[in-house]
Ligand binder design. Sequence first.
Ligand code: SAH
Length: 346
Amino acid sequence: MKALLADYNIEELNKLFGDQPKFRAKQIFKWLHNGADFADMTDIPQNFREYLAQNYDASSLKIIKTLSSQKDNTQKFLYQLNDGNVIEGVVMEYKHGFTICVSTQVGCRMGCAFCASGIGGLVRNLSAGEILGQVIEINRYLGGTITDRKITNIVLMGSGEPLDNYQNVTKFLNLVSCHQGINISQRNISLSTCGICDNIIRLADDGFKITLTISLHSAIDKIRKTLMPIANKYTVSDIVNAAKYYFEKTGRRIIYEYAMISDKNMDNKSLEELVKITKGYSCHINLIMLNYVKEKGLKPCAYGQAKDFANKLKKHNVSVTIRRSMGSDIEGACGQLRNTVLKELR
Ligand code: SAH
């Protein structure tokens, strides 16, 4: 496979094309972030464009299928990477613009009991340019450019565990928020993690200012361990310490994701422990109705129970919302990604 130019930042492009005029790297960087192919790069000399095309890939993936939800403004995309692997992504339309949900790995090795993304295990990490490629392709698909962007927000909540691919994910964050390129501010980016605490701390220490979302699902270690294998490595108390550290360093409110699962995490004790961990720093709880994944067997609780749980949290002065689940009719909701594709390929 050829090297992917979208993996490079301007400084690296400069080094790579040291014999070219100084402005060349910036020109190429801009074109790449606009989703252009080498042939479109009209301000680059023809012979250099040919050299680039022979030695590098401009695009990291192509859209091979699109599905639109009938219920809401959600679209799901199937992308094929240059090595033939397939990943999925979702785009949601809100008043202020489009939010893209990107994948960070092909598959996932975290093995959460409710999530479809990990069913086939981890195939490989995505490179920075492959994560960026999802944003570039969809921005272009929606008719946007780098100066007139359609994508306003990014959530790293597709398949994969972003903090299990730290190097590439942080490089992606730097590339996507670079002023010379597609320039999406870190304020408009959220990263969701199952709670790899060492890397939460590293993210704060490395100076990133993105919103951190932690998939908690239970504030009781014993229950959390039955849902998420990562809970054997990091306890709830480790998570809260890392969350507090992240909040103190970045000033960004922590978001906890809590999927409401019938007969698992909705009892009074669960509520009590959840209330306890929210005190002393700024955090918010997103309650999500569990999306049913056939292979997994777990069931969502009744909606009335969810509302009741949310109201009780509010009485304890916990900031909480029940999150709308979008795209469930096209298996584009949380935990449903990639599952269908794998079945189709089998
Ligand atoms: N690996 C990261 C990001 C991917 S999952 C993480 O664990 O956070 C994005 C969100 O969807 C997470 O909060 C995850 O716990 C949640 N999720 C996964 N499967 C789900 C399901 N079946 N129903 C509801 N939420 C689910």
